[in-house]
Write a protein that binds this ligand. Structure first.
Ligand SMILES: *Cc1c(COP(=O)(O)O)cnc(C)c1O
Length: 568
C-alpha cells in the first residue's frame, strides 16, 4: 500500500503518532478542516434555531416540540407488541366494512377482470353503461351533495358532449394538427386573465385541475427563487386552511411548508404570524379566495403588503380555484366583495378552476401569472432528447383537446350574463343557509357559522351538540355534507343543483338539530352522560382522529381506502 495514495485525512491520522515536521503540518490541516466544518454546522444550526424562534416565538417553539415528542411517544406506543396487533386487527376490520360498502359483490354483479375474448356489440356496451350510471348512489341529481358536481344545467351538458365528440381525438401537443384546439386554449386563458384584471404582459396556462394549477404556481416560485436568489432550501408560508394541494406541492417539490393559524372570529390567516415566518428561504406566500374548509377569503391586501415589503418582493399566490367564476362576479351580482385579484399589486399568480363554477367538465383549470417570466419558470424543456426537442408547459405530455373544447364551449355559452346569473343564484342560496343558521330560532342557539362567508361555502360548528353526529344524521336523510376537522365542523358548498333543494336542506338541518337535542336530553335523563351512544361513520372517524396525538392509524386507513378504490 503506497502511502502516497492514501487519503489525506487517513494519512494525517496515521502520522499523528510520529509527529515529524510534515506530519504536524498535515495534522494541523486536518484539525483546521475539522474546526471549519464544526463552525459551519454551528452557524447553520444557530441560524436555523434563530429563524425557528423568530418564526414561532419561544412559546410556539416549545409547543411544537411538545407536540412532536407526544407524536413520537404515541407512535412508539402504537408499535409496541400487544397494541400493534390490536390496532392492525381494527384497521383490517374497518377496511373490510368499507370494502363491503364501496365494492358491491354478489350474484347480481358481473365483474370484468380480463378483456372480453370478443369485443362487445354497441348494444351490450350501452346497456352496461346504463347500469353503471344507475348504481345506487348519493343523489347529486336532486341537489343532495355538497360541492362535487359543478354543472351549469342539462342544456350545457349536451353542448359540452357535442364539443367533446367533435374534438375527441385532438391533442394540443400537436398544434399544427389541431389548430382549433390551440386557438381555444389560448382564448380560455385570455378570457380568465381578463376576468381577474390581469395587467398587460400577464400570461397563463390551462391545466388538468386545481391541484395541477397549484403545483405549477409553487414550482414556478421555487424555480424563480433558485435561479434568481440561489435558494436551495425553499419554504412557503400558507394558511392552515389552504387547500391540501399546497402540501402536495411541498411534498412533490421538496418545499418546506409553514402552516399559519386562521383563528376565530374571522378565520382568515393570521398576518403577523406570516410576517414572522418570512426569511431568505421563503419562496412563496399564499392566500385563498376563498378557502375550501370555511369559504373565507384571506386578507389579500395585507398579504400583498408583506410580499412587497422587501426591496426584492416575494411571489404571492391567490388560490381562487373554488372562487373561480363566482368571486369575480360578486359585486355585479349584487353581493359584497373584497380585493382578491391582480388589482392587488403584490399578487403574482392566481389559480382559477374552470371546472368548478366555470361549469366546464372535470379536468379543466387555469393558472395565471402577472408576468410571462413567471410562467416560463413552470415550463419543462428538454433540448437534446433522442425523441426530438421536447417542450411541454405543465405536468402532462399529451393532453385532452376534447376537454379544452368543452371548456371553451362552457365559457362562450354562459358568457358574463350567464355567470352573473348563476352567481346570483348560488351565492343567494348560500346567504339563505347562513341566515337560517344565524337567525332561525331552532338553529341559532345550537349552531354557529364560522366567520363571514362571502361566496358559496357555509361552514358551521356547534358548542352544544356533536357536529359529526349532525353530519351522520344528515347522511341518514340522503345528504352528503363535508366533515371538517381542527376545529370540528361541517360545511355546505352550494352548487346549482343545491340551489333547487335549499329549502329542503334547511328544513332537514332544523329537523336534525331537534332530533339530536332530543337524543341529548334522553341521554342525560338516563344518566349515560352527554355525547355518548352509538356513533355514525363521520363521528367515529373524526371523533377518534381528532383526539389522536399521532395520526399513523388514520394514514393507514386512508391508504387502505385508496387501495379499496382499485378493487375490481
Ligand atoms: C377544489 C379546490 C382546489 C383544487 O382542487 P382540484 O380537485 O384539484 O380541482 C383548490 N383550492 C380550493 C380552495 C378548492 O376548493
Amino acid at each position: 500500500m503506497g502511502s502516497s495514495r492514501m487519503p489525506v485525512s487517513l494519512r494525517s491520522t496515521l502520522s499523528t503518532s510520529k509527529a515529524g515536521p510534515k506530519g504536524n503540518y498535515l495534522y494541523i490541516g486536518a484539525d483546521l478542516l475539522r474546526n471549519l466544518v464544526f463552525v459551519f454546522f454551528l452557524i447553520r444550526w444557530t441560524r436555523k434555531a434563530a429563524l425557528q424562534l423568530k418564526g414561532r416565538g419561544l412559546f410556539g417553539t416549545v409547543a411544537e416540540a411538545y407536540i412532536s415528542i407526544r407524536k413520537t411517544l404515541y407512535g412508539m406506543f402504537l408499535r409496541s407488541p400487544g397494541v400493534r396487533n390490536k390496532v392492525q386487527a381494527q384497521v383490517a376490520e374497518t377496511l373490510a366494512k368499507l370494502e363491503g360498502k364501496l365494492v358491491p359483490k354478489g350474484p347480481g354483479i358481473s365483474r370484468y377482470l380480463t378483456l372480453p375474448k370478443e369485443g362487445w356489440t354497441e348494444t351490450q356496451v350501452r346497456g352496461e353503461l346504463e347500469k353503471l350510471g344507475e348504481m345506487e348512489h348519493t343523489r347529486w341529481e336532486d341537489g343532495l351533495v355538497s360541492g362535487a358536481v359543478y354543472h351549469g344545467g342539462d342544456g350545457l351538458i349536451k353542448l359540452q358532449a357535442d364539443a367533446f365528440q367533435k374534438f375527441s381525438v385532438s391533442n394540443p401537443i400537436h398544434p399544427d394538427v389541431f389548430p382549433g384546439v390551440r386557438k381555444m386554449e389560448a382564448e380560455i386563458v385570455a378570457m380568465v386573465l381578463s376576468m381577474f384584471n390581469a395587467p398587460a404582459g400577464a400570461a397563463g396556462v390551462t391545466t388538468s385541475g386545481g391541484t395541477e394549477s397549484i403545483l405549477m404556481a409553487c414550482l414556478s416560485a421555487r424555480q424563480k427563487a433558485y435561479r434568481e436568489r440561489g435558494v436551495t432550501e425553499p419554504e412557503m408560508i400558507i394558511p392552515e386552511t389552504a387547500h391540501a394541494a399546497f402540501r402536495k406541492a411541498g411534498s412533490y417539490f421538496s418545499i418546506k411548508v409553514h402552516l399559519v393559524a386562521c383563528p376565530a372570529p374571522s378565520y382568515q390567516v393570521h398576518i403577523p404570524s406570516v410576517s414572522r415566518l418570512i426569511s431568505s428561504n421563503t419562496i412563496l406566500l399564499v392566500g385563498s379566495a376563498p378557502n375550501f374548509p370555511h369559504g373565507i377569503i384571506d386578507n389579500i391586501p395585507s398579504l400583498s403588503r408583506l410580499a412587497l415589503r422587501k426591496k426584492r418582493s416575494l411571489p404571492l399566490h391567490v388560490d381562487c380555484c373554488l372562487g373561480s367564476f363566482l368571486v369575480p362576479f360578486l359585486s355585479r351580482a349584487g353581493f359584497p366583495t373584497v380585493p382578491f385579484d391582480f388589482t392587488v399589486k403584490g399578487v403574482t399568480s392566481i389559480s382559477c378552476d374552470t371546472h368548478k363554477y366555470g361549469f366546464a367538465p372535470k379536468g379543466n383549470s387555469t393558472c395565471l401569472y402577472r408576468t410571462q417570466a413567471l410562467r416560463t419558470y413552470q415550463y419543462f424543456i428538454s433540448p437534446d432528447w433522442s425523441g426530438g426537442v421536447y417542450a411541454s408547459p405543465s405536468i402532462a405530455g399529451s393532453r385532452p383537446g376534447a376537454l379544452i373544447a368543452s371548456c371553451w364551449t362552457s365559457l362562450m355559452s354562459q358568457g358574463e350574463s350567464g355567470y352573473i346569473d348563476s352567481c346570483h343564484k348560488i351565492v343567494g342560496a348560500a346567504k339563505k343557509i347562513e341566515t337560517a343558521i344565524r337567525e332561525n330560532p331552532s338553529l341559532r342557539d345550537d349552531l354557529s357559522v364560522m366567520g363571514k362567508p362571502l361566496v358559496s361555502v357555509v361552514a358551521f360548528t356547534s358548542k352544544t351538540l356533536n357536529i359529526y353526529d349532525i353530519a351522520d344524521a344528515m347522511t341518514g336523510k340522503g345528504w352528503h355534507l363535508n366533515a371538517l376537522q381542527s376545529p370540528p365542523a361541517i360545511h355546505v358548498a352550494v352548487t346549482l343543483p343545491i340551489v333547487a333543494a335549499v329549502d329542503r336542506l334547511i328544513g332537514d338541518i332544523v329537523a336534525t338539530v331537534e332530533e339530536e337535542k332530543e337524543k341529548e336530553r334522553v341521554r342525560i335523563v338516563e344518566g349515560k352522560g352527554a355525547k355518548g351512544g352509538a356513533k355514525g361513520d363521520t363521528a367515529a372517524l373524526y371523533g377518534v382522529a381528532g383526539s389522536l396525538p399521532n395520526k399513523s392509524v388514520v394514514v393507514q386507513l386512508a391508504g387502505g381506502f385508496l387501495d379499496t378504490l382499485y378493487k375490481a
